[in-house]
Design a protein. Structure first.
Lengths: 109, 114
């Protein structure tokens, strides 16, 4: 079966650091993606991990441990515009992305 | 120069009607998808086409019929609409050859069935 878990909601303060965790159990694995989705908009691609370790892209970093079925997205120097839903997704054996239910992040001043 | 475009953006219709949503991508990708996002924001795959060939057909009522006239277009036709069909429908595309190729999403079609 396919199961991707992430917290439903998180709150953080402007300027702080926040870590959004994702655990997965899927029948196939061809990489893990993180997407950002602002309310009423389309999901937009943030990062991709297929090997263990940390990928850094500006204020955003993503980590993967395949043996633990675990990933996290790290957001540094939080800004108000980072308030959005963050979606963890695994690429399955058929090439499509299987999404978790998303984590709604609220950034407060 | 929109990458993935879908129309209409909003669709309000009555139960029992038939409606279509159109999607086009100009990224040269070989795979297109339809996803449904429900009121709890859960994105779920419905269909996937690779070079006009159906690859994925999840457990979706057969009232939903995708059509891909060419690899740049994937339309979704829905017959006999029901209240539970109300959701946001996203079209997406990617290049399957590279597993690191992300999905690019259209802006979504918000379907409301009354």
């Amino acid at each position: 079966g396919q199961n991707i878990d992430q917290p439903t909601e998180m709150t953080a303060t402007e300027g702080a650091i926040v870590q959004i965790n994702c655990t997965y159990q899927t029948s196939g694995f061809n990489g893990l993606f993180w997407y950002q989705q602002h309310a009423g908009e389309a999901p937009t691609f943030l990062s991709y991990n297929v090997l263990d370790g940390l990928e850094e892209k500006g204020r955003f970093s993503s980590f993967l441990s395949r043996s633990k079925g675990y990933s996290y997205l790290l957001l540094k120097e939080l800004q108000m515009k980072d308030s959005a839903s963050y979606l963890c997704a695994v690429r399955g054996s058929q090439g499509n992305l299987i999404f978790g239910k998303g984590t709604k992040l609220s950034v407060k001043p | 120069d929109t990458a993935v475009s879908q129309t209409p953006k909003y669709l309000v219709t009555q139960m029992g009607n038939d409606k279509s949503i159109k999607c086009e991508q100009n990224l040269g990708h070989d795979t297109m998808y339809w996803y449904k996002q429900d009121s709890k924001k859960f994105l779920k795959i419905m269909f996937s086409y690779n070079n006009k060939e159906l690859i994925i057909n999840e457990t979706v009522p057969n009232r939903f019929s995708p059509k891909s006239p060419d690899k740049a277009h994937l339309n979704l036709h829905i017959n006999s609409l029901e209240l539970g069909d109300s959701a946001v429908y996203f079209c997406a595309s990617s290049q399957v050859r590279g597993y690191n190729s992300p999905l690019h999403f259209g802006n979504g079609t918000r379907l409301t069935v009354t």
